[in-house]
Design a protein around this ligand. Structure first.
Ligand SMILES: *Cc1c(COP(=O)(O)O)cnc(C)c1O
Length: 368
């Protein structure tokens, strides 16, 4: 008995030492993020409970959604067949407006409270002074030329939104005001990004749609100019936004990603260029990329684009309405826009540092 116990202790000690050695080595080679990732993969593979724990967490989320769309039995007075199956149906008797608003506001309040903690990554861009970093505030004031008006700005945005709530941008002939707004916003944005008189663009529902439109445009261009390319591809640092993965999936392209250096989070230029093939139809870069806020080496990528005769899309969704103003404040900003001869299109989100709202007029995609 004694020998078995000491053997187990010894084995435990050996395993423990090996785990520590492995952890130190992984952290050294792949950084802390790499260690956490490896650890999760290791746990998933070796501890049977972990995989099912992740699965059941996901299942709980899905069940939550299902419960949300199931009808509230107290509301469906008439027992239709659909109500019996507990799916959402148009209720026989409507909910009184006051009650409806109360319920909606209660739901909203919970979400606003989370936003106001200022801890929502990438979803919400506030204009309230006390929530802004100093440089953000300075850039905002320069951008609006209305120092200390940021809370008024929010009200103004809301009023403008309400005033045009029912207009339909589908017809610029019926709603010429929308055409005027779009043309002016695109023109100002192109100018802000140092585009010349040939830069054109359009407003979309957000960064993702701007990216989709740019990729579709390059695919259609390639179909016309290079009909022999059957599966076109685009080359990007691995830190490119997932919207490009969606675009590749929707429009039948391949996304070729280039690894980034663990320290600088930028791709190696030789590797980037080596990834280009005869099927490459567009190069991609971000200013900055959304994962670490690092601006890709766009002057170098622009140089490759010019030399290889390829277009270059710069995803400035998060930086488009921020970097130009930060630069005006005197901070050093690497060139990322239409000043560079290789840059042929850009996406920039008005609903981020343009401080508008998402959906209607939220994005400017400019193409030269
Ligand atoms: C936000 C963002 C997008 C996507 O924009 P949405 O408006 O959320 O669709 C794309 N690229 C970058 C770099 C972004 O920050």
């Amino acid at each position: 008995m004694i020998s078995i116990t000491s053997f187990l202790l010894w084995a435990e000690h050996v395993v423990f030492t090996l785990v520590i050695l492995w952890a130190v080595q992984t952290a050294f080679l792949h950084g802390l993020g790499g260690l956490v990732g490896q650890l999760l993969r290791f746990l998933k593979l070796t501890v049977p409970g972990v995989d099912s724990l992740i699965k059941s967490t996901l299942q709980n989320e899905v069940q939550g959604f299902i419960n949300q769309v199931k009808s509230d039995p107290s509301r469906t007075s008439g027992q239709t067949q659909a109500a019996a199956k507990r799916i959402v149906v148009i209720p026989r008797t409507g909910i009184p407006p006051a009650e409806l608003l109360k319920e909606m506001n209660a739901m909203k309040e919970r979400e606003v409270a989370v936003m106001e903690e200022g801890k929502i990554f990438a979803y919400v861009y506030t204009q309230e002074n006390d929530k802004l970093e100093q440089v953000q505030l300075e850039a905002f004031n320069l951008y609006t030329e209305q120092p200390q008006l940021s809370t008024h700005h929010d009200k103004l945005v809301l009023e403008a939104h309400h005033a045009f709530l029912h207009e339909n941008a589908l017809s610029p002939m019926v709603f010429p005001s929308l055409r005027k707004f779009e043309t002016e916003v695109i023109s100002m944005s192109a100018n802000m990004l140092h585009g010349d008189g040939h830069v054109v663009g359009s407003l979309t529902s957000g960064g993702t749609e701007s990216i989709l439109m740019a990729v579709k445009t390059y695919r259609d261009r390639a179909r016309k100019l290079f009909p022999h390319i059957k599966v076109p591809n685009m080359v990007a640092p691995v830190t490119i936004h997932p919207a490009f993965v969606k675009a590749a999936h929707y429009f039948g392209l391949e996304l070729v990603t280039v690894a980034v250096d663990q320290r600088s989070q930028r791709p190696d230029m030789a590797e980037y260029e080596q990834a280009i093939t005869a099927q490459t139809i567009v190069l991609l870069a971000s200013a900055p990329q959304y994962c670490h806020g690092v601006v890709d080496p766009i002057p170098e990528i622009s140089e490759i684009a010019v030399r290889r005769g390829l277009p270059l899309h710069v995803d400035a969704c998060v930086g488009g309405y921020m970097l130009p103003w930060v630069e005006k404040l005197g901070y050093q900003v690497p060139e990322f826009d239409f000043r560079l001869p290789g840059v042929t299109s850009m996406s920039a989100d008005l609903h981020k540092y343009g401080y508008t709202f998402k959906v209607v007029f939220s994005n400017a995609g400019a193409l030269r």
